[in-house]
Design a protein. Structure first.
Length: 229
């Protein structure tokens, strides 16, 4: 067996050092972005009266609004189905398959892995916090499971961010603007849907968005999807 040359050893050391540095930087930046989520988590676990009042007032206001607009409720229920977390997961999977076939296997693997980690993380957080969903005397919709953080909100942000990360380099200037606009519209509409239907508190939606952004930010820095060896 031939011994490794000095140049090869130096390259391997540099590669591992670069990986360690990116991983540390990604973890640090992800943690920084996650600070608003950690603050919300602390308030939820402590049963903060201020947060309860804010969430309760927003939820009650939307419930009263929805009760007088059955047509809007039907539209929101349709949106809830269209914007289901599996819609975004399948969209990421479809794009990843296309990227893999074009030889962009690093980006494809990054997209699927990041989305999978985010989906698992949402389940873990819900089970750990066990926050009950909003309750009303006359609800307009219902949903199973726990409330914090919102799975729809988190996955919409996660899916949109992942797709932007892997697709933007291949888009022109005008297409990039359209992609950013479409992503923002989808994420905001999904968040509005969850609160307007009364199945999530406002803080649930915000928490989901922040978790997704923290995960994607950390993953982009730690394991850049477009890095060439």
């Amino acid at each position: 067996m031939s011994a490794a040359t000095p140049g090869t050893v130096e390259q391997e050391v540099a590669r591992h050092a670069g990986l360690a540095g990116r991983t540390a930087a990604g973890a640090a930046l992800g943690a920084l972005v996650a600070l608003p989520f950690l603050a919300l988590l602390a308030l939820v676990l402590a049963g903060s009266p201020a947060l309860l009042r804010l969430d309760g007032a927003v939820a009650a206001g939307f419930n009263a609004w929805a009760l007088t607009r059955p047509g809007a409720v039907v539209a929101l229920e349709v949106l809830a189905v269209v914007a289901h977390p599996w819609t975004f997961r399948l969209a990421v999977l479809a794009v990843a398959v296309a990227l893999w076939r074009r030889g962009r296997r690093r980006a494809a693997t990054w997209a699927v892995t990041t989305t999978t980690v985010g989906s698992v993380l949402n389940v873990v957080l819900k089970e750990a916090v066990e926050r009950a969903r909003p309750a009303f005397a006359d609800p307009v919709a219902a949903a199973p499971g726990y409330s914090f953080p919102s799975g729809h909100a988190q996955t919409s942000m996660l899916g949109a961010a992942v797709l932007l990360a892997v697709l933007l380099p291949a888009l022109g200037r005008r297409a990039r603007a359209l992609a950013w606009s479409a992503a923002a519209l989808v994420v905001l509409a999904t968040g509005f849907d969850r609160v307007a239907l009364g199945v999530h508190y406002l803080s649930d939606v915000v928490a989901g968005w922040v978790v997704a952004l923290a995960l994607v930010t950390g993953a982009l820095v730690a394991v850049p999807p477009h890095l060439r060896r």
